[in-house]
Design a protein around this ligand. Sequence first.
Ligand SMILES: [Zn+2]
Length: 372
Amino acid sequence: MGVSYRSIHQKAIVIDTHNDILSLCLEKKLYFDSDLKGKSHSDLGRWREGGLNAQLFVVWCDEINKSPFEYAVKQFDLFDLIAYRNPDKLSKVADSKSLLKVVNEGKIAAILAVEGGHMIENDLEKLNYFYNRGARYMTLTWNNSTDWASSSFDESSNPDLHQKGLSEFGRQVIKRMNQLGMMVDVSHAGEQTFWDVIDTSTKPIFASHSNVFSICPVHRNLKDEQIKAIAGQGGIISVNFYSAFLDKTFMKKKDEFIADHKAEFEELLKKGMIDYMAEDLLFSYYPTETEKLSAPFSLLLEHIEYLVNLVGIDHVGIGSDFDGINSAPAELYDVTAYPLITKALIEKGFSEKDAIKILGSNFLRVLRANEN
Ligand SMILES: [Zn+2]
C-alpha cells in the first residue's frame, strides 16, 4: 500500500490560482472570515478544511462599472481589512519566499491579482499602484476587450472588431508587467492578443483559469498550439472548474434549463439585469435542477491528463474560479473538496512528486521566474 492521498495532500503546497470571493463579498456585503456555507464556494474555515495553503485572490469588475479602478481599490481594501483581523490564519504575501514562510507557519498565504485590464484605465501608473498593493498577476482582459487588448469573447463573436490583439500601449503594459514582476495572465485573452503576448513577454506567462479547447471547444479555452506556446516559455495552465469550460454538453443543457424558465428569465432582463447576472440568479432559484447540469468530476481529470500528455507535467496547475462560476463539477462543490483532486491524481497513476507539481509547485516556479 502506497502513501495515502491525504498525506500527499497535506505534504503538498496546495495553491489555487484563481478565486473570485473578493468581488462577491463586496457586492453582497459578505466577509470571507465568517461562515459563508450556502452563500459561497469559499471562506477561511473551508479553505483550511480543504487543505489549501495559498490562494490567489482576484480583484474583478465588469465593463459596465463606471469607475473600475476605484472599484478595484475597494476590493484591495476589503482584503486588507480581513487579513488585518485574522493575523493568525491568513497573511498577504507578494513573493514566493514569503509565501513559503507563511505556509510553514500554518497559515494561508494570500496573493492578490487583477482580473481585467480595464481596471488600469489605460494608465501605467495605475498598474504600478496595483503592483504596490500586492497584485502579482493581471488578466489582460475579462470578457470585455480593453482599448489595448482584445478578449476571446470579442475576437470570437465580433468579426468587425476594430482593434485585434495588443496595441502599442498593450505592448507597453506587458513590458511594464515584466519589469515589475507581475505575471501576465492570458485567460480571457483573444487568440491574436495571446500571440502578441507570446511575442512580447520576456518572462513565463500563465493562464490562471482556462481549459483545453480540444476537449471543450469554447472561446475561453486554449488550443493545442497555445498550450504548447505557454509551456515553451516555461509557463503553466491552471485548470478551471467551471462546468461550461469542462463539458462540451453543458451549454446545450444550460440553454434547455433557461428555456424551461423563460418567462422568469425575461422578467429579470426586463428589470435591467444583465444576462449573466440573471442567469446566476435563476441558477440559485433552482439548485436541484442546476445540480444536474454539473460536469462530471472525471472531466476535470481528463483536461489535466490531456495537458500533461501534450506538454508534460511541469505546465499544469489548479485555478478553480470558485465564486466566479455558477456551476462546479459534481463532487467539487466547494473549496473543501480539493483533496478529491489529489485522490483522483493518485488513482490515475500520477506519482507523489507529479501530483505535488500540479497542486502548486509548478505555479511557484512561474511566480519565482517572474520575480526580480
Ligand atoms: Zn475569469
